[in-house]
Write a protein that binds this ligand. Structure first.
Ligand code: ATR
Length: 267
């Protein structure tokens, strides 16, 4: 049974399942403390049954929610989605029962000044994060991309979901070497690297790449490879930070002290 403590005036929570490592929990609670906000950020891990039984109540009791795997699509049945949520068919933020997607904004903010001329983009992954990133690429004016995912059928679903925005060429994973060599800008949208796993392909196939982006928020094997080879690269920390700022703005509790909290916890 979920009990949200009544002593907190405003209620914020992350909804996920199963419970995974989250930087939001630590950073947001630190921010609330520093700001003297009378509130706490909860980390709620809800199995499917519990989600269905309690989500209406949680929505009713809370001021703001973050939604992550596996509920970003399911939550849409319970809230009022904005146009981006309708387009992406995924919602990662709720404020007073309105649904937003700030994942794509977090990524977009990090690439909005990039020049993609002569860049051929290869995306790895076809989950919720890949969808938000592809939507951001569409907003940046990218017309087509190549995509490989472990499970080919998931690539096909994503291609269909995004077809009105961007042209996605999907390939089976057996073709990975050939497809890596035909592109020069990699965006890893899988969770490979989060728990120190690495991809099976030979990283040296990427030696001529002009950019390697890994959306995992810390330096993964892929990013370490890029650093070693002096290839321009980025991990997912700034993407996370930008979406967190956007979330706080939507929740109307943003203050630029937040950036200080992040710097403190990072060092
Ligand atoms: P998120 O919202 O973070 O994208 P998700 O929707 O569960 O989470 O998607 C995770 C992505 O990482 C998927 O593309 C998944 O591939 P599958 O579609 O085959 O499941 C990919 N992924 C996760 N673990 C992986 C691994 N060990 N190797 C390759 N791909 C992996």
């Amino acid at each position: 049974v979920i009990k949200i403590k009544n002593k907190y005036k405003y209620k914020y929570a992350l909804i996920q399942y199963p419970k995974k490592q989250s930087i939001s929990y630590k950073i947001l609670n630190e921010y609330f403390k520093i700001m003297n906000f009378n509130c706490e950020y909860f980390d709620l891990s809800l199995s499917k049954d519990i989600f269905e039984r309690y989500i209406a109540k949680i929505l009713n009791k809370s001021e703001g929610l973050n939604i992550t795997v596996p509920y970003k699509e399911k939550i849409i049945d319970y809230i009022d989605p904005d146009q981006d949520v309708k387009n992406i068919k995924a919602c990662n933020l709720v404020y007073k029962n309105k649904g937003y997607n700030t994942d794509w904004i977090g990524f977009y903010e990090t690439i909005k000044d990039f020049d993609f001329k002569d860049k051929n983009i290869l995306i790895l992954g076809a989950g919720g994060a890949a969808k938000a990133i592809i939507y951001a690429l569409y907003k940046k004016g990218i017309k087509n991309i190549d995509l490989i995912n472990r499970t080919y059928s998931n690539s096909c679903i994503l291609k269909e979901d995004m077809k009105q925005f961007i042209d996605i060429n999907t390939y089976k994973k057996e073709k990975i070497n050939e497809i890596i060599l035909k592109n020069n800008f990699l965006i890893n949208c899988t969770s490979v690297g989060m728990y120190d796993q690495r991809f099976e392909f030979n990283y040296n196939l990427l030696s001529k790449y002009s950019f390697i982006y890994d959306i995992v928020y810390k330096d993964t094997e892929l990013i370490k490879y890029a650093n070693n080879k002096k290839i321009n690269n980025k991990n997912g920390f700034d993407m996370w930070k930008n979406q967190a700022i956007e979330n706080l703005k939507i929740w109307k509790i943003y203050d630029n002290k937040f950036e200080g909290v992040i710097k403190c916890l990072k060092t």
